[in-house]
Ligand binder design. Structure first.
Ligand code: DC
Length: 218
């Protein structure tokens, strides 16, 4: 089997991470969750109380940040921040810092360096367009904002976390707007990406559809 890179893009809450974890398991690939990288930068900026216009300090932070993925855990400077980076305030803040050109430049360079040897499945917003324009497989996962809000709401219900569907829905719409209207590397489907509208699909069905596409490329 030859080694390939798979780029997976799509909006917030479409299930990229869950799908990519399954695909990585299935093919013995390494999953690089680039959203988690931006989330770690956001958490660091917040903790160090750096102002968003202090670009020098942000650049330095990006140059020295140590992000590792270990068995489904995300480690920031060796600390397990898997849960901390998923909190709602960090999600909203991440969307802001991910729009800064200095942050994108540093993260994209890091992602390109890491994935050079191939055998990666990389998920994010600009993977097919900017990070891996030559990826052997490019997939764009989509789902209506309503379907994504409903999935997140169900997930919270299952975990016993109290939540409000309308707030989740408004958050998703706001983040979609921020992610697709920023000046640098906005969320966009690469021209040569295959789009899968997952609105009415189960996670098993999405996995199967993605694996069909990868099988053809291998
Ligand atoms: O995929 P996610 O929800 O964990 O991403 C968190 C935020 O980071 C989201 O606002 C979009 C941004 N992001 C990005 O701009 N580029 C990427 N390659 C990945 C995520």
């Amino acid at each position: 089997m030859h080694r390939i890179n798979v780029a997976v893009d799509g909006p917030s809450g479409v299930g990229k991470s869950s799908i990519c974890t399954r695909i990585a398991d299935h093919y013995g690939m390494i999953h690089l969750d680039t959203g988690a990288m931006y989330r770690c930068v956001a958490l660091s900026i917040k903790r160090q109380d750096i102002a968003l216009d202090d670009l020098k300090a942000i650049e330095k932070l990006c140059d020295t940040i140590d992000i590792e993925f270990d068995n489904g855990k995300v480690l920031l400077n060796k600390e397990d921040v898997t849960k901390a980076i998923k909190m709602n305030d960090i999600s909203n803040f991440t969307s802001k810092i991910a729009a800064l050109p200095v942050v994108r430049e540093k993260m994209v360079a890091l992602q390109q360096k890491v994935t050079k040897g191939k055998n990666f499945i990389v998920d994010g917003r600009d993977i097919g367009t900017t990070v891996l324009p030559d990826a052997e497989v490019k997939i764009y996962l989509s789902a209506s904002p309503k379907a994504r809000a409903q999935r997140r709401y169900n997930e919270y219900m299952e975990k016993g976390i109290e939540s409000d569907y309308e707030i989740i829905y408004q958050d998703i719409v706001a983040r979609d707007y921020q992610d697709s209207h920023r000046a640098v590397s906005p969320l966009r489907k690469a021209e040569d990406a295959i789009e899968i509208d997952t609105s009415d699909m189960t996670i098993d069905e999405v996995e199967e559809a993605v694996e069909d596409i990868i099988d053809k490329a291998l």
